[in-house]
Design a protein around this ligand. Structure first.
Ligand SMILES: [Zn+2]
Length: 398
């Protein structure tokens, strides 16, 4: 059965937005027609606007059971990680599973169709097997001791294969962050990426604590690692340069490579990074930044078409919801000068391109199956979001 949706505005990411446009989808959710005038007699009028389905570029589904359990803005990054460690393994497997299923369902209902999901374990596998969403699993590696790099990578390769063979989605191995990894392990991930040509992400420049630890192994992260009994003398990714510019030369074969968070990243650093690496994406997760450190990235430096920006929710340990619209509201409230259409691009096609799924997702175009999102309770004339703006998926089959 063909369904026809009509709205005051349709943002397709395939040409200019359509005023009073229509879009037709078949029973599989594939776009069969899109344009300005439909001859269909069976049209569903949609309040507000229609956009392609959202792509959540950075999530940690396996932390969903930690919703509300890690205190907001509790003593910076080190305080957050301490809280996370204290709670992470205090729930039963069943509670963890139920929380992931609920989070998956909420993402779907909010209009998210594809997710780049960080996993350290295989616990999210059964949820991904049954999900209506597309998942690219980022199997994450961590380890400050260079001598353990090979065994860490070997385990991660096995987990990566498990996700590839058991889910409909894809998987790749990714480094956690500059402060948690030896240069040997980062280089090992890079070597693996060279052979796989898969997207890679890394948490980057999220806090002052990270800068301090990467500079001379001082600060609250140092105290935290020592408290865990780690031998931080072995950690070798230290430099006066900022963590990103110190680490990036080790990741040149990771293409595409997505920097996640960028809370402290500056325009000058981005210029140097772009010269060092020609396939970078910049993922913004403003609500998580607010939750952990109370600071937003310098969002104005991303307001151009040269940088490939994506949007992520991070996890329910560091966010109240897994909602891309909620992230867009935060960005728009802080920087109303960023054009709405650009925000939609960040939330849809850019993430799809990064995950390598842009032949299916990210555009409302005949033959693609992007999922359709309705955003209502917004100013359609000026395209301004407000607190009451809502998103939901329409015309997409389970
Ligand atoms: Zn994260």
């Amino acid at each position: 059965m063909i369904r026809t949706f009509k709205a005051d505005l349709i943002i397709t990411n395939d040409g200019p937005p359509l005023r009073n446009g229509f879009v037709e989808v078949n029973s599989e959710g594939v776009i069969v027609a899109v344009g300005e005038e439909s001859s269909s007699s069976n049209i569903t009028e949609v309040e507000g606007i229609i956009t392609p389905g959202f792509v959540n570029s950075h999530c940690h589904l396996e932390l969903s059971h930690l919703k509300g359990k890690v205190k907001e803005r509790s003593d910076g990054m080190a305080g957050f990680i301490k809280g996370l460690f204290a709670e992470r393994f205090s729930s039963s497997n069943d509670e963890i599973l139920q929380a992931m299923m609920l989070a998956d369902k909420e993402m779907y209902e909010e209009g998210i169709v594809a997710v780049g999901d960080i996993s350290n374990l295989d616990i999210s596998l059964p949820v991904k097997q049954k999900s209506s969403l597309y998942y690219h699993t980022f199997v994450e590696v961590v380890g400050q001791d260079p001598s353990k790099a090979d065994s860490i990578l070997e385990k991660a390769l096995a987990l990566c294969d498990e996700y590839i063979f058991s889910t409909k989605g894809n998987a790749s191995i990714v480094p956690h962050a500059p402060y948690s990894m030896s240069r040997t392990l980062i280089s090992a991930v890079n070597k693996n990426a060279f052979h796989k040509s898969q997207p890679v992400s890394i948490h980057m420049q999220e806090s002052d604590d990270e800068f301090l630890f990467c500079k001379d192994k001082s600060g609250p992260l140092s105290d935290f690692f020592l408290g865990l009994g780690l031998n931080i003398r072995l950690f070798d990714n230290i430099s006066d340069a900022c963590p990103m510019l110190n680490t990036l030369p080790l990741l040149t074969d990771c293409k595409p490579l997505m920097m996640v968070h960028n809370t402290l990243t500056t325009a000058a650093q981005i210029d140097i990074a772009t010269a060092l690496h020609n396939n970078l994406y910049w993922c913004l997760c403003p609500n998580a930044n607010n939750y952990i450190t109370g600071r937003l990235p310098h969002l104005c430096i991303y307001n151009n078409d040269e940088l490939k920006v994506t949007v992520g929710t991070d996890s329910l340990a560091s966010n109240h919801r897994l909602s891309i619209l909620s992230e867009l509201k935060t960005i728009a409230a802080a920087h109303p000068e960023i054009p709405f259409e650009r925000l939609i691009k960040w939330a849809t096609i850019n993430g799809a391109e990064f995950l390598g799924i842009d032949k299916k997702f990210g555009k409302i175009k005949v033959g693609m199956k992007p999922g359709l999102v309705q955003i209502d309770n917004l100013n359609v004339e000026n395209l301004v979001l407000n607190e009451k703006s809502k998103s939901k998926l329409i015309g997409y089959r389970l």
